[in-house]
Write a new protein. Sequence first.
Length: 416
Amino acid sequence: MIDMLTTAKAAKAQVSALTTEQKNNALLKMADALVANAQEILDANAVDVENARGKISDVMIDRLALNVDRINAMSEGIRDVVALPDPVGHKLNEVNRENGLKITKVSVPVGVIAIIYESRPNVTSDAAALALKSGNVCVLRGGKEAINSAQAIVKALREGLKAAGVTENAINLVTDTSRDSATALMKANGFVDMLIPRGGAGLINACVQNATVPCIQTGTGICHIYIEKTADIDMAVNIINNAKTSRPSVCNAAEVLLVDDAVKEIVLPKIYDKLVTERNKNGLIPVELRLDENAAKVIDGTAAVENDFDTEFLDYILAVKVVSGVDEAVAHIAEHSTGHSEAIISTDEVAIAKFTSGVDSAAVYVNASTRFTDGGEFGLGCEMGISTQKLHARGPMGLLELTTYKYVIYGNGNIR
């Protein structure tokens, strides 16, 4: 590990000095290399998937599995980053002081960014692309479930760097997937300038509690959707169906449904028909509805226990609670949310204003699915993660969030 971190630190100067043209050329070569090495990547991924069967859920297997379309999407994600403005070297502010000093604030790379993540192979290419475009060196430490995939992807990406004449040490992969390697990155003072964990609550909490390097808290998503009494019911049902079932294993999937008491008799049966009856009829996995006592009076389901409203299920499970109105919905979210993404479905401007001002999460939606909390959907290209904290970065982390700034001061013999 120390050898890799030393190598990564040594590469900082070269990577930070790359021009926009050099970075974009390297990214295009990386995108081409992914496609050119697709079969090797798929073969490695097949090993990971086979090793994971029976050990992780089918939903998590879907996160792990690659196919040609997903590799092409990874390649296109890198090309999308090429099209984005270079975040480095921008004059953020300039002040001319009375003493003759000209003080400029300029955006610069962070340096060495370490990313600890779990079983999503696309994170490997996304993180590498964003790091390079923002002039940073990355150290990637994936989970054991995806280690073969990550090795094949990084091999291809480094081929692209080499073809572009850029140091391959801009992208580094930790192959030791033990807890020791994760802990080493958390405590790599003097080598790692910023640590970004992407994964479940266990990983996030471990980094926040143990890291001695600067750490961005990301990801855990107990996302709520509140159906207010004036909501368009058909819209509400479609939104909750999308937010829960389109990809339940991701952090922007809905985990909790709050329904206004005034419309529970109308809304809940329609939700049940969409998420349970219709999915059973179509041979799809039905959603397990975990109901509070008021919801259980209207539809069938599993009785919710207290921690169901504090759980990121990442599965076909949805906790359902009936609330008296927008005030109770906001209060429930304040108590149980992880600060990721929440939505209100409503046509009442007063209720909408109360919800959007009262909910303190990174992304607050009005009449839209929480599934849009994503760097690509926000126009950031791919993303490094979704920050649920408030300092430096919040929400989807794109290129700008991977830069910091320095002051450059111009004088003419000034002394104090």
